[in-house]
Design a protein around this ligand. Structure first.
Ligand code: SF4
Length: 614
């Protein structure tokens, strides 16, 4: 059999300051080591973003990278990831988004785009026929993300994918996201704020006509079919109910966030489950590229004060973060707020914790109507929440303080107000869960490199890795050890160019990867890769200010639930033991959290050794 050419990648580099576009070919060995997506982008961050470069500095990098599976026959392969030094933590930020952009890049023969520098005027970056062109985007300023998508599609003419920032990103609101393809979001760690700092309003990618290289097409067809079937059979059934299928099981764990973590008793649980939403409201599927699951839906509210409102169906995290977290009991109001958050270009998680925190502060008299520019921010008041979010997006009045995110605003207010706020000391908020009932994600959120979850995911589950789950989900050391064992899973997911809901089976996903690339990766190779990226991100973060002390939760985040399924079970007393055990299991110095030299050598990261002494 003839020897295959190595699997290589083609990356475009765009300097918005000079307007120059160049091309880089990633050789086969480097591709095997960093794969694509988040993995390859992390290597670029390490190589090109030195200490002292802040998130808003032109020398920060913002990457839009796909992976080897994007644009192939594999279900849900329109995915890409955005990686940068994030605005919330000032450390590594990486966030995956689905839709079409990942596939369309590959149909242009492009595996990723690196953006550096900053433009003088607002700019649109357009990929077509394998290269990049820059267009003036001043006329798009002030448009929300959906309006921007519509305007750019009308300008481009043919089929294209558009991801943009909204008014929040334009004003460098730290928790800004990048939104496109009707409701897909790269949300975490302020990637949209970085985009705004570069005066990049949007990226558009024409459909393209090239076929991504597949080394063994017959094997890919067979394995992709099996993987799609397994994805459809997952329980809870995302194919039938979307991610809101998680509402009931999370509620049973005490992991649905309610009224800023003040209670775990929600008066309207039956209205937030998908069998209510999809039978009472009008819903129709809106699938991403080549997706067999089609969990995304458009939705029209049919009852209550927001009857007639039409938009996207929120994911579980949106329904929770703009629902019970804010004391909402009307799912129609929650649908409206989630859509507003996406259109303003915010991360729905940080938005929820911000509004919920201020609702509690308002109730307790810690902030007043005057402090909020006249807004009476009562629990469950959707219009008041919307008014506050719009102020933040414009950095208008009080909105300017809150535009810097929960941690910074809480520290500014100080005292009792600060102690009500839910955040990590690194500067991010959790996802739309009450993590006090979900310790795996609690530990991960505080100890991950990305400001959000990093361990586990859909590929590195205990069954996929042949591991036992801890018998007690509140066992501090067992849960900490499990997180170390599952670490790197999400970095692998975010490097492949495929939606994580379409990768429930590790062996089949690796079969697809091997069919596309000609590699022969097994589970051990996948874990080795995931942990290589975890350790490289960690070294990047130490370069940019990470310390052991900030790997910790805020006072309220670590408080003990007073009611519900996790009542009386607190994590705070165990935190130091959890963190030290995790460091030890990861091969990191327990005193500092820094990877040990032998750990870095083990993962082929010798080039970081010169920074091991801080
Ligand atoms: S499962 Fe949902 S998010 Fe994932 S590719 Fe399919 S429609 Fe898109």
């Amino acid at each position: 059999m003839a020897e295959q050419a190595p699997y290589t990648l083609r990356i475009l580099r765009v300097d918005l300051g000079s307007g120059q576009v160049s091309e880089e070919l990633i050789d086969g060995d480097t591709t095997q080591k960093y794969v694509g997506g988040t993995g390859l982008a992390t290597k670029y961050l390490w190589d090109e973003v030195p200490a002292g470069v802040e998130w808003s500095h032109p020398e920060n990098r913002l990457t839009f990278f796909t992976g080897p599976l994007a644009g192939t026959r594999v279900s849900g392969s329109g995915t890409f990831s955005v990686t940068t030094k994030g605005a919330c933590t000032g450390m590594c930020g990486t966030s995956q988004a689905n839709g079409f952009l990942g596939a369309f890049l590959r149909f242009n023969g492009v595996d990723g785009v690196i953006v550096q520098g900053a433009a003088e005027r607002w700019t649109r970056l357009h990929v077509e026929e394998g290269t990049v062109r820059l267009f003036d985007a001043e006329h798009l300023v002030g448009l929300d993300t959906w309006e921007t998508e519509d305007a750019v599609k009308a300008e481009v003419g043919g089929r294209c994918s558009v991801f943009s920032i909204g008014p929040g990103g334009e004003r460098l609101v730290r928790f800004s996201s990048i939104v496109g393809d009707r409701g897909h979001v790269a949300a975490h760690n302020g990637v949209g704020a970085v985009m705004g700092s570069k005066k990049l309003k949007c990226i558009s990618v024409a459909r393209g006509s090239q076929k991504p290289r597949v080394v063994d097409p017959a094997r890919l067809v067979a394995k992709a079919k099996e993987l799609a079937q397994v994805s459809k059979d997952v329980d809870p059934p995302f194919v039938k109910w979307g991610t809101n299928a998680g509402f009931a099981p999370l509620s049973a764990m005490g992991a649905v966030p309610i009224r800023n973590y003040q209670t775990n008793v929600f008066p309207e649980p039956n209205k937030y489950v998908p069998d209510y939403l999809r039978t009472h409201f009008k819903a129709r599927p809106l699938a991403c590229w080549a997706c067999a699951i089609a969990h995304c839906h458009l939705m029209e509210v049919t009852e209550g004060p927001y009857a007639g409102f039409a938009g996207e169906e929120p994911e579980y995290e949106g329904m929770a973060g703009m629902g019970p977290l804010l004391g909402m009991t009307d799912p129609g109001a929650t649908v409206m707020l989630c859509n507003l958050v996406d259109r303003l270009g915010f991360d729905v998680n940080e938005s929820g914790y911000m509004v919920a925190w201020l609702m509690e502060c308002y109730e307790k008299g810690l902030v007043t109507k005057d402090d909020l520019d006249g807004i009476e921010l009562r629990w469950g008041d959707a219009e008041a929440a919307a008014a506050l979010l719009r102020k933040i997006a414009r950095r208008e009045g009080c909105g300017d303080v809150f535009a810097d995110g929960v941690k910074r605003a809480a520290e500014k207010l100080g005292g009792e107000a600060r102690d009500c706020a839910v955040y990590t000391l690194k500067g991010a908020t959790p996802r739309g869960h009450d993590h006090r009932g979900h310790w795996q994600e609690f530990i991960d959120t505080c100890l991950s490199n990305t400001g959000t979850v990093e361990s586990g995911g859909h590929l590195f589950t205990p069954p996929n890795l042949g591991l036992e789950r801890p018998k007690d989900r509140f066992d501090p050391l067992a849960m900490s050890t499990q997180n170390a064992n599952l670490n790197g899973g999400r970095n692998l997911e975010d490097s492949l160019g495929i939606c994580r809901l379409c990768t429930p089976n590790l062996a089949l996903t690796l079969d697809c990867l091997n069919a596309v690339t000609g590699w022969e990766w097994d589970v051990a190779a996948a874990r080795h890769f995931g942990l290589r990226i975890v350790n490289l991100m960690r070294m990047f973060n130490f370069r940019h200010g990470l310390t052991k002390e900030i790997e910790a939760p805020s006072v309220r985040y670590a408080s003990t639930p007073v009611d519900g399924p996790a009542a009386g079970i607190g994590i705070a007393a165990h935190w130091e033991a959890i963190r030290d055990n995790y460091y030890e299991k990861m091969g990191w110095d327990v005193a500092t959290g820094r990877p040990l030299p032998e750990t870095l050598r083990h993962y082929g990261l010798e080039f970081t050794l010169q920074e091991t002494d801080g």
